[in-house]
Design a protein around this ligand. Structure first.
Ligand code: PLP
Length: 405
């Protein structure tokens, strides 16, 4: 018999399928709002000017070689990445309580963090992780792959198109002590709905009271609001309060380095000694998984983060991206509420944060947008704001208007 006779055919990745449908569509006004990658005002990928500059510096360096990086990554990169996330004044960094490892972008950080917890967390019975409902679909697969079972916690309230805050707090309070809870640090994917400062404070209170572990996923630092510091505020606040935690960090979106796979995992320990032991085990795990992380993207980000001039330029580039997205939110809101008088409340479009917006439209309306208007979006009604620009926003607004009437 054929060796693979019993292997079932897996369904295609839904976003990939959407992109394929978009590419095959010959309609001139087609719009792709599926993909989670930044596009400029002409729907083109954008190489950050600071990345171009850093690439030039790197390639002109006569000492550049292609040796292996250390197992835990480029030290100048991981230390700068930790500072970027936790802040220069972080007590944990000052006291040597952060184990930082370079990873295969944010996905790799999630995987290594999950694998580490699976092996070494003091599980209280079953291995489970609490994930927001909804969340980045990959979270489910990443944790299942290492034997950790996902459990949903309430996050999104369709009635308000906002945070299901009371239900979330209740779920955290009712979870057994020492539960592991995944939190999106900012710009929640797919909803674009984040807790307020005050809500983060109360979430931290519950996490501390129940001795929960915070598994932070931070894929959009700076990209969300244009401010690297502000977008890290929940992570930094939890660190200050002493909530046990780790942070997954990606440079895909905020540096436009999607394909270079630049990221880091930061595990915060209670003591320097414990943190050193944690780092030694992360190194052992990393060795068996990838041996050594890739060098190019880490060298670029190390140059950018460790040079004051380049760092400032990067912040400017991040602002360019964040502000374009925010201006698209404002314009879409204006078109729907003022120009088209579209039925319903659309304030969530301007309240939501980051690359995505949960429009609140139902699967049938999403499907109608794809089929009738050639506007591609996921059926949960999520749109990537980065796919909108001054050329297609009017067309999109009027298509959305028609779909909900
Ligand atoms: N986590 C979340 C919530 C994301 O949305 C993404 C990307 O879409 C990632 C992690 C990881 O992305 P990457 O592996 O490209 O850094």
């Amino acid at each position: 018999a054929e060796t693979w006779a019993t292997v079932p055919l897996a369904p295609p990745d839904s976003i990939f399928k959407l992109t394929a449908g978009f590419k095959a569509d010959a309609y001139p006004q087609k719009v792709n709002l599926g993909v989670g990658a930044y596009r400029d005002d002409n729907s083109k990928p954008w190489v950050l000017p600071v990345v171009k500059k850093a690439t030039e510096i790197l390639l002109n360096d006569p000492a550049l070689d292609h040796e292996y990086l250390p197992i835990t990554g480029l030290p100048e990169f991981t230390s700068a990445a930790a500072k970027l996330m936790l802040g220069g004044a972080s007590a944990a960094i000052g006291e040597g309580r952060v184990a930082s490892v370079q990873t295969i972008s944010g996905t790799g950080a999630n995987h290594l963090g999950a694998l580490f917890l699976s092996r070494f967390y003091k599980w209280n019975g079953d291995k489970t992780i609490y994930l927001s409902n909804p969340t980045w679909a990959n979270h489910h697969a990443i944790f299942k792959n290492v034997g950790i079972e996902p459990v949903d916690y309430p996050y999104f309230d369709p009635k308000t198109v906002g945070l299901a805050y009371e239900a979330l707090l209740e779920a955290f309070s009712n979870a057994p002590e020492h539960s592991v809870i995944l939190l999106h640090a900012c710009a929640h994917n797919p909803t674009g709905v984040d807790p307020t400062k005050e809500q983060w404070r109360e979430i931290a209170d519950v996490m501390l009271a129940k001795k929960h572990f915070a598994f932070f996923d931070c894929a959009y630092q700076g990209f969300a609001t244009g401010d690297l510091e502000g977008d890290a505020s929940a992570v930094r606040y939890f660190e200050e309060r002493g909530v046990p935690m780790l942070v997954c960090q990606s440079f895909a979106k905020n540096a436009g380095l999607y394909g270079e796979r630049v990221g880091a995992l930061h595990v915060v320990g209670a003591t320097k000694d414990a943190t050193e032991r944690v780092k030694s085990q992360l190194s052992v795990l990393q060795r068996s998984e990838i041996s050594n992380p890739p060098s190019h993207g880490a060298r670029l980000m190390s140059l950018i983060m460790n040079n004051a001039e380049l760092f400032d330029e990067w912040k400017g580039d991040i602002k360019t991206m964040a502000e374009r997205i925010i201006s698209m939110r404002k314009e879409l809101h204006r078109l729907l509420t003022e120009e088209l008088q579209t039925p319903g409340n659309w304030d969530h479009i301007v309240k939501q944060i980051g690359m995505f917006s949960f429009t609140g439209i139902n699967p049938a309306q999403s499907q109608a947008l794809i089929e009738k208007a050639h506007v591609y979006l996921t059926t949960n009604g999520r749109i990537s704001m980065a796919g909108l620009n001054t050329h297609n926003i009017k067309y999109f607004a009027s298509s959305l208007d028609k779909a909900v009437r």
